[in-house]
Design a protein around this ligand. Sequence first.
Ligand code: GLU
Length: 359
Amino acid sequence: MKRIVIKIGSNVLTRPDGTLDVTRISSLVDQVQAIRADGAQVLLVSSGAVACGRSLLGRGGATHKLDPVEQRQLFSAVGQVRLIGLYSRLFQDWNTTVGQVLTMKESFSTRREYLNQRACMEVMLSNGVIPIINENDTVSVTELMFTDNDELSGLVASMMDADTLVILSNVDGVYDGPPSDPASKVIAKVLPGEDLSDGISAQKSGFGRGGMRSKYAIASHAAEEGIRVLIANGKREGIVKDLYFGVPGTVCTEFVPAQGAVSSVKKWIAHSSGFAKGTVTVNADACKALCGEQAVSLLPVGVVSVEGDFEEGDIIGILDPSGVQFAVGRSAYSAAQAREVVGRHDCRPLVHYDYLSLL
Ligand code: GLU
């Protein structure tokens, strides 16, 4: 069974004035049904709540006095209801039930919450319910927010072991130069290990928070974990079906997945670098060993210092002797315990290989 995460950006779902584009959403719903009928399991990551809420309230007079955080909270609270209501109604025409999952970056930071979320989405899928996921913009505050829903969709695809992640925005894919330059072309394929990030525009468009740079970074990361990623234009008629059925000539950027499975614990750790509670600096030998071909754990003998305050089980960053973070892992010691064993030979690993991820 194929499992597919489809991220739909605000600019696809809304018209230029921010109102929900019912015709477009209806077409996307029909296409999702078509691929489900072929046996695909689909999870939707849908933006559009803030833009929709703004269109409902924005011209009401009082809202211009609100600060950006208040606006986001108010608009998302109002817009999310409309958005999910529309999806629910449209899928109901196909006798399909949807469920809403609102989440936050913090919910990916502890393994327990991560597993809870995964269990929630699994039980929805196994009961034929389509999870429709968005960030809980009503309570997530600036520094703890996802960069954008692209980041959220990458985390969901990884967490749910998806085969494919489809990111739909209002451009045809990743361009090899500024999209406004007529000489720029859509990059058809990015192979594992290939880095084309230099030519990619940092420009953002319209209502969404994300840009092409962040899409590129998220797509590469997911592809490294073995997920095929397709970035395409959600405004093109029939795009979801065309991508799924591999219709020749469909314009998109495909990130070819790396071979070799990554364990789910490692996936979680790889995505957790932003939550590191502290860091340890290792010596050159330890750094070389950890980066080598052999799977090795980080032993206290290779550690030269411990920074910050963390508990056993927390995520920590691992720095090379020049202070550059090159790995992230789950600490088997608290910061205080780790300080006691720095440089010692006779102790169990500080970070076991199974809980270590190179950046
Ligand atoms: N969560 C936001 C919304 O639903 C969108 C974030 C983004 O642009 O990626 O409006």
